[in-house]
Design a protein around this ligand. Structure first.
Ligand code: GLN
Length: 550
């Protein structure tokens, strides 16, 4: 029998930024915990074809999928909550949808018809949603529609949702994430903005089945009843969503209001099992709380450059790294305290001393020239003072340059990204990338997504992973120059992970006899760290940092 796919659309009301992504992840998690096969999908209303061309200080991290798609950071939350690997079909933007429609039109796929915004854009959107559900073999697909109701930008996506509901009313449910302000002077939680948002949704032909009442505090029964009356639902369909200590609490909080049952009822799905499917999740949440309440801490300095617009943005730009550090620290049993340092401040050597108080130093991925000198000095300091160092992507390329310059005495060592005329290009552009840049082909053209690597016997990496072949996600244009591999390996620094053909350097490390932990990777391990499956390299780094502390 053909599987019946069901769909839940998560839309926003009142204001954005109050947790639609986490709501989507949590609902998906709850349904998954009931024993159903679930996938999650994000629709971003902007015209960019993907998130790869957007500045991380403005848009947050670019989350890279295994198949190489450069997506929104919410996709990372879906993968972390669900413990699954998502497909590029699970991500779309206005740009991507229009691009397909226009390509189809050029290929005569519309057979001479006039191609129109409506219905062709919603039909393309619906086709993509259904394909994603089919490919994931999902019982339920949870779809997050970016933005809020009443905007121009997402109206065609709301129209797609409405059309799917009309086609099969029992297969589609709507959840609206709304916001209930409590103005300080009034001192009372107000429901009116949510009433208006519901009307705007109604205008788009959408009636929410559940309203998630985001607020500082839990919503009371009286206000649930008021919302019920004005928003055409039952009081039980209003789910309380006060601010939580941790995003990982949210699935557990939602289930207290029985959201799983409400949604499954709506979709005419059997109320499979109880809430016990959340047991391992609950254990993770409990363990992390215990660690956070404890006294054992580990202080990690993250030296990067995307910090310029204040605290809020910086954590968004490195969200997967932050989460990966947390999962491993909880696993090891220490509270992670992260310190954000802008690489520019280390251009002055006198600032380096402050680094000695940290237990570990991490340099994440990056692009371009800004702050490079500072980062190189930080790496040198970590190497010489034996502070655990973990370099990711640019953090590996710079570690190789630092080692070449200061230990192997190749004083002109550099990367072509900064100086393509440098005498010793130990980091060079990959040959196929050269062509792409020449043609100004920047979008989605880096070396992206999962590639395998083999690990050297006896290396730190090999021991940490416990296996000799791995698969990790990438996003880079430059690599260790193959012509320099031999020369670069003359000292203690060894390439302990390479592509299976041995040509591309994936991991560099110093042996433990010369440094407690100095390891850097060309790939992005953070994209595969999961709450229920911490990443072995992050765990190894945390362990080494804890040891240094002692
Ligand atoms: N800028 C470097 C490259 O393109 C590193 C990229 C990264 O850190 N993600 O190779």
């Amino acid at each position: 029998m053909k599987k019946k796919h069901k769909y839940i659309f998560v839309i926003g009301g009142v204001i954005s930024g109050v947790g639609k992504g986490i709501t989507t992840s949590s609902i998906a998690k709850i349904i998954q915990a009931r024993g159903l096969k679930v996938t999650a999908l994000k629709i971003d209303p902007y015209v960019n074809v993907d998130a790869g061309t957007m500045n991380p200080t403005e848009h947050g991290e670019v989350f890279v999928l295994a198949d190489g798609d450069e997506t929104d950071q919410d996709m990372g939350n879906y993968e972390r909550f669900l413990g699954v690997t998502l497909d590029r079909l699970n991500y779309m933007t206005t740009g991507r949808v229009y691009q397909s429609v226009i390509e189809n039109e050029r290929n005569l796929a519309y057979k001479g018809k006039c191609v129109q915004v409506v219905p062709h854009i919603p039909l393309e959107t619906i086709g993509r949603i259904k394909n994603a559900a089919k490919k994931a073999d999902a019982d339920v697909t949870v779809i997050e529609v970016g933005g809020t109701v009443g905007e121009y930008e997402n109206i065609l996506f709301l129209e797609s949702a409405r059309m799917m509901k009309i086609e099969n009313p029992d297969d589609v449910a709507f959840i609206m994430v709304s916001y209930l302000p409590t103005p300080a002077k009034v001192g009372e939680m107000k429901t009116k903005p949510t009433q208006h948002a519901t009307r705007l949704a109604n205008q788009a032909g959408i009636q929410p089945d559940v309203i998630i009442a985001r607020s500082e505090l839990p919503i009371d029964q009286k206000r649930k009843e008021k919302l019920a009356l004005f928003c055409n639902i039952a009081p039980e369909q209003v789910v309380s969503a006060p601010d939580a200590d941790s995003i990982y609490d949210i699935p557990l909080n939602f289930e207290k209001d029985n959201i799983g049952d409400i949604v499954l009822d709506r979709l005419k799905l059997k109320k499979t099992k109880s809430k016990t499917g959340l047991k391992s999740w609950e254990d993770f949440v409990k363990r992390s709380k215990k660690v956070l309440a404890g006294k054992k801490e580990v202080h990690i300095a993250i030296v990067g450059k995307y910090f310029d617009t204040g605290d809020f943005v910086l954590s968004d730009a490195y969200i997967s790294i932050i989460e990966a550090l947390k999962f491993s620290a909880y696993d090891v049993g220490v509270k992670p305290v992260l310190h954000w340092l802008s690489s520019k401040e280390f251009d002055k050597p006198s600032s380096l001393k402050k680094l000695s108080k940290y237990d570990g130093i991490l340099i994440p991925g990056g692009f371009g020239e800004t702050g490079i000198d500072g980062k190189l000095k930080v790496i040198q300091y970590a190497r010489e003072k034996k502070i655990p160092y973990f370099g990711i992507c640019y953090g590996m390329q710079l570690a190789v340059i630092e080692y070449a310059r200061n230990v192997l005495k190749m004083k002109d060592a550099n990367t072509a990204e900064i100086d393509s005329e440098a005498k010793e290009l130990v980091i060079d552009i990959m040959p196929d990338q050269k062509e792409k840049l020449k043609d100004k082909n920047y979008g989605g053209s880096m070396r992206l997504g999962s590639y395998p690597a083999k690990l050297e016997k006896g290396s730190i990496a090999r021991k940490a992973y416990g296996t000799d072949t791995i698969s990790e996600r990438h996003r880079h244009r430059y690599e260790v120059n193959p012509e320099y591999i031999e020369k670069l390996s003359l000292g203690d620094l060894k390439f302990s992970g390479t592509s299976p053909d041995g040509k591309l350097m994936e991991i560099a490390e110093l042996p433990t006899k010369v440094h407690p932990f100095f390891l850097a990777v060309q790939f992005h391990p953070e994209f595969q760290a999961r709450p229920l499956a911490p990443h072995p390299l992050f765990t190894e780094f945390i362990k080494a940092s804890v040891k240094k502390k002692k």
